[in-house]
Structure formats: structure tokens, C-alpha cells
Design a protein around this ligand. Sequence first.
Ligand SMILES: NC(=O)C1=CN([C@@H]2O[C@H](COP(=O)(O)OP(=O)(O)OC[C@H]3O[C@@H](n4cnc5c(N)ncnc54)[C@H](OP(=O)(O)O)[C@@H]3O)[C@@H](O)[C@H]2O)C=CC1
Ligand SMILES: O=C(CO)[C@H](O)[C@H](O)COP(=O)(O)O
Length: 479
Amino acid sequence: MNASASIGVTGLGVMGRNLARNFARHGATVAVHNRSAGRTRALVQEFGHEGTFVAAESAEEFVAALERPRKLIIMVQAGPATDAVIEEFVPLLDAGDIVVDGGNAHFADTRRREAALRERGLHFVGTGISGGEEGALNGPSVMVGGSTESYAVLGPLFEGISAHVDGEPCAAHIGTDGAGHFVKMVHNGIEYADMQLIAEAYDLLRQVAGYTPAEIAAVFRRWNAGRLGSYLIEITAEVLAHTDQATGAPFVDVVADAAGQKGTGRWTVQTALDLASPVTAVAQATFARAASGQSDLRAAYRGLPGGTTPPLSRTEAERFTSQVEHALYASKVIAYDQGWTMIQDAAAEYGWKIDLGAVARIWRGGCIIRAAFLDRIRAAYAADRDLVSLLGEMEFAMEITDAQVPWRETVASATRRGIPVPAISAALAHYDTLRAERLPAALLQAQRDYFGAHTYARVDRPGQFHTHWATPGRPETTN
Ligand SMILES: NC(=O)C1=CN([C@@H]2O[C@H](COP(=O)(O)OP(=O)(O)OC[C@H]3O[C@@H](n4cnc5c(N)ncnc54)[C@H](OP(=O)(O)O)[C@@H]3O)[C@@H](O)[C@H]2O)C=CC1
Ligand SMILES: O=C(CO)[C@H](O)[C@H](O)COP(=O)(O)O
């Protein structure tokens, strides 16, 4: 077989098939391969007219079709499937070849694979690709890890097929080894938080304001034209306006209220615990999905007493809607800020040099959390590369100040009525934690010292101290 393909894609499921088509539509000759050859044939038969594909039925044929240095993208499920594909292809490759894992791999697996392939002279490039089926075909957001040398080769290819916003590609080299997959994981964690925040806002408008799903769809369309403008708000309006064809009921009412998950939100929270990075909105969103699926527990608790208050008048409902908009926006700023903090914490832990502004830039298009305000986050980091928090930027700080009363009123209204708002209230609690002059963590430290001699620091002098709680007079010693 002629080595004519500038890029290869193996794993032609939903994402791989569309990514291969996207490369071909941009003029690349694309080698395509799948474990079961039927998918390869189907792709070429159905979409062969879109560009130049080289269909390979075996791994050997696939590798032989690739120009050197070979560049192949693996688009299969994370975990054992990815390892199986790597093991199949690596013996067929030569030093300098580039293996891209475009699946949603755990960044720790990517670090392990990158180190193992580096030993063999190969570049392993963990790459987060967001945007689902549509994004893969028409322009995803691409978060590339691995070596700088490999990005010199891959960059033009990924930047070419990615989404573009204001003429800028939504693809970037995030950092070495697992940095691309780490940032994709955080993207998905933020996705969980954003979706939960939106769902809570919907629930409040439904249960407190008394609006119908169609009325809430109209509210969301209005919000989509403002600072909350985003893909997730846009699709939420579409979903809420949709009527179930079988029953004529609002579609949202016929969907079972148990949320699924594939695991990237859970990975974000697990990793955040290891990094001591407080992504509380993501954590609450992930636990909210888990709780929604606890059918036995929910059956046992259903109908137990909670808060109630009289329904709102039309005018009160309108005022409440405006409060919810503030609460949703402020919570969203906090949730995204938590994500950015987690990326900074990981960069410090793993030695990655991550351009935080570039993360915002490449999330403005192509990905699930694309949103108008990401451009403001990009601009905030462009103005100050060392920005510690979004609240250090004046406009965000002013918006959070403006949100104080409505944000707190929203959480209070939800609590009075017994409506769960775990993500909105977690975001508010996080804000209050960070702005507090003094936290009750001091008491925790004293408790830890009491029962476990874990020691504590003092506010008035340096060192670690221990109070001998069981000794008469409770003397204090220092090390
Ligand atoms: N779907 C989405 O919206 C998104 C998915 N992703 C990630 O992209 C990756 C691919 O997802 P998607 O395209 O949806 O998955 P699909 O289920 O549509 O396709 C899976 C592909 O993996 C192949 N495969 C599975 N196991 C093996 C194996 N052991 N050896 C070789 N090939 C194998 C399948 O081959 P066969 O046809 O032979 O079964 C198939 O081509 C995943 O990591 C996913 O998390 C990332 C962003 C969004
Ligand atoms: O990766 C994605 C987007 O970039 C998917 O949207 C994500 O996998 C969906 O996750 P879950 O099924 O856990 O809600």
C-alpha cells in the first residue's frame, strides 16, 4: 500500500467516523481503520465522495498507508480498549511516529502510556476532543497534550479542523504528557456543574415561579441572548419547548428523572480530592446525578415533610425570574473559577505550563460548554496572566457584587420551599468561604489536636503547636 495518508483514524464509531470525515473535508488524505471492517467499508461507501480516504482492513495495512512520521488517532473507549489498540499498533510503528489518543482517557493513564511509548521513541499525545458527534464533524474544541515536537506536527492539522471563533482556532497545545486529557476532564466536570446549575434554575422557575416548560423555554431563550448565552442554555430552551409526540406532554415530563454518567465528572471530583482543589459545584453536580438514581432511597423518603410557601403572583414570579438569572450567572462564574483553580493546582503538581487564557479561548467554540462569557475569561487572562481568580477581574467582581441579594434570595426561597439546589448553594457557600475573614477551620484544628495530637499553627507566632489536653493545666508545647 502507498504511504499517502497524512493522518489516520482507527476506531470509526460516532466520534472517529466524523473526525475522519472532518480531516478529509479539509483536504487531508485520511487512512481509516476499525476493529470490525464493516464500519470502515460503510464510511467509505457513504462518505467517500467528501474527500480522499484510504480504507485499511488490517492494522498492518493501516500503518503502511501513513506518511512518515506516521500520525494515527485512536478513537475508542477509554481504558482497556485503548490499551488493546496501542498494543496492536505500537509494534508496527517506528521511532518518531505519533500516536494520538483522542478518547476521553483518564489523564493518569495518559501519563503512563506517554512514558511507556517515549521509551520506545514514539510520541504519545493524549488529546481531549469535545463537541460530540456534530463537533467532531464540523469543528471540535481540541485540547492537545504530549511533547512540543509532536504539536509542531499535529498543531496545523488540529487547528485546521477545529472550530474557529473570531478567526482563532479552538485547538491548542495545553502542556506535556497528560495535560490535554486533564483539561478535557475538567471541561467535562464544568459541563456537569453547568448542566446541574441550569437544571436547578429550571426547577425553581417551574416550582416557585409556577411557569410551564414552554414558558421557561422562552425565559431561557431570552437569557441566551444575554450574558448567559451558551450552547447549554440554547439546547435547554429547545428541550423545554419540545412536546412528546406519543403523549402530547412536555417532553421533559416523560423523561425518567435519574441522570446517567459515563464517569468524567466523577474523575474530576476524585482528582480534585487528591489535589485538595475545592470544585464543590462539580462535586454537588456529580452527587446530584448519583442521588437522582437512588430509587430505593428516594421511594423511602418521598412525601416526607419539607418547606412550603404560597404560590407567587405573576409580578412576583417575574421578579423571582430575575433573581434566578443572577443566581445562575454568579454560580456559573464560581463553578468555572473552581475549574480554572483546579487546572492551576494540577499544573503546579505535574509541572505543566498551562496558558489559562488559551483554555478559555479554545472553549469558546466547538465544545459543550462553549459560552459567550468564555471570551471575557480569555480577555481577563490576556490582561493579567497571573490572575488568581476570576473575581480578581473588575467586571466579574462587580457582577458578583450585584448578585449578592438575588443569589441569596434564590437559595433562601429554594430552602423555604424545600427545593434542592445543591450546585447553586455550593457555589454560594464557596464564595462565602473564600471571602470570610476567618473560618471555623480553626476549631477543626483544635479538635484534631485534642483527639490525635495532630498539632496546629497559631495566628500570633510561627511553628507547630500541641496542647497536652489530658495534662492538668493543659500546657502547650512547640516543635
Ligand atoms: N460520543 C461523544 O459525544 C464523545 C465521545 N468521546 C470519546 O471518544 C471515544 C470514542 O467514543 P464514540 O465514538 O462515542 O464511541 P463508539 O461507541 O461510537 O465507538 C467505539 C469504537 O471503539 C471501537 N472499539 C471498542 N473496543 C475496541 C477494542 N477493544 N479494540 C479495538 N476497537 C475497539 C469500536 O469498534 P467496533 O466497531 O469494532 O466495535 C468503535 O469503533 C471515547 O473515548 C469517548 O469517551 C469524546 C467526546 C465526545
Ligand atoms: O465528552 C463529552 C463532551 O465533550 C461528553 O459530553 C461527555 O462524555 C458526556 O458525559 P456523561 O455521559 O458523563 O454525561
